[in-house]
Write a new protein. Structure first.
Length: 366
């Protein structure tokens, strides 16, 4: 590296430090209770001078918010620090403050600013933002548009946490079902976690379903994804002198899926990857349009699916009707229409016994 190169490098580092210090000063000034419209107008003009100003301010605001434990010190410093840029005449009109107090205020202000700047500069630029949680109630569907252009569609009774960093986009489906339409960005892979399964994508679309006592199901509707199953070891019990230990998950197997393929069971068995027709995909993901479509499924399967969209509890009393075939188009928010079809079209008696309990019996036995 030449001397000129070193000089240029020092110059760039100095510019960055100055920019961060300016951002810190603006956040400090605007956090005051008496920040008026003139000061804010001056701040807006400063923002327009350089696109990096807005980013620097946002980064420093996060650090400033982490100083809650120093709130008393921060407030005291503000009260006793004279704002820069005030002219001599205005200074003379200020109420005199003892030198010792001013010195303490200056020290406090310097301490706060130093701590904030240290946190700001030390914070990695690719550190994740705090996760944001989204959820749906039983029977509800919801569409979430993310900042990068990706779209999440949540099905009934689902929870997903979104955590973005500069080098990756991470979402965690803790229950339910979600369809992901991923905006393409090779530098920030999109990773969807569900139980012991991780789905990695760049620009694609796929559906993930996580239900109790069943393997995670992944269905790709566009592009390609990488699915990795991880070994999730149980935490070792805490000892009297040692805390509970949780081991890092280890990859067990990796499978690559393309559009029209589904993985719905033990992924260590290659035959568990199956092909799904466009018509079948449209039927299975009809919930995205608020619909349920059945084409000859057994009543037992239909009731299991229906239970996801209703607070009611369904009990099939007679085993003889479990395999009775059901077909039709139904709205996810209209359980009564499906029950009416069972009663009038399939000779199934529907008894509502209160507290949301619905008993299904073979009407032909009556």
């Amino acid at each position: 590296m030449t001397a000129s190169d070193r000089d240029n490098r020092v110059h760039h580092l100095k510019d960055r430090t100055a920019l961060e210090e300016e951002a810190a000063q603006w956040v400090w000034r605007l956090d005051a209770e008496d920040a008026g419209p003139e000061l804010r107008a001056e701040f807006n003009a400063w923002l327009k001078e350089d696109p990096r100003h807005a980013r620097a301010v946002e980064e420093f605001k996060k650090v400033w918010g982490r100083l809650d434990e120093l709130a008393v010190l921060k407030q005291d410093a503000k009260l006793k620090t004279v704002k820069r840029g005030v002219d001599e005449e205005e200074r003379q009109r200020l109420v005199p403050v003892p030198l010792g107090v001013l010195r303490y205020g200056a020290i406090a202000a310097s301490l706060i600013l130093a701590v904030a700047l240290t946190l700001f500069i030390a914070t990695p630029r690719n550190a994740p933002h705090p996760p944001t949680s989204y959820a749906t109630a039983v029977g509800q569907q919801r569409t979430i548009e993310l900042a990068d252009g990706s779209v999440i569609e949540l099905n009934t009774n689902s929870i997903v946490d979104v955590e973005y960093a500069d080098n990756k986009r991470l979402v965690r489906l803790s229950k339910g079902e979600a369809h992901f339409k991923v905006a393409k960005n090779p530098d920030r892979p999109f990773i969807a976690m569900a139980g012991d399964t991780a789905v990695r994508a760049v620009g694609t679309a796929f559906n993930v379903r996580l239900t109790p006592d069943e393997p995670v199901e992944v269905l790709v509707t566009e592009g390609k994804v990488e699915v990795t199953k991880k070994d999730m070891p149980a935490p070792r019990p805490a000892m009297a002198h040692k805390p509970e230990v949780v081991e890092k998950p280890k990859p067990l197997a990796t499978v690559y899926l393309e559009a029209g393929q589904r993985l719905g069971a033990d992924m260590t068995e290659p035959e568990k990857v199956t092909s799904v027709s466009e018509a079948a995909i449209d039927r299975e993901l009809a919930w995205r349009r608020g619909m349920l479509i059945f084409e000859g499924e057994p009543l037992e399967n239909v009731v299991s699916e229906l239970s996801r969209y209703s607070e009611a509890r369904f009990i099939i009393v007679d085993d003889s009707i479990r395999d009775r075939r059901v077909g039709g188009y139904f709205r996810t928010d209209d359980v009564e229409s499906l029950l009416s079809v069972l009663e009038h079209g399939l000779s199934i008696e529907v008894d509502r016994e209160g507290d949301g309990l619905i008993m299904l019996r073979d009407a032909s036995h009556g």
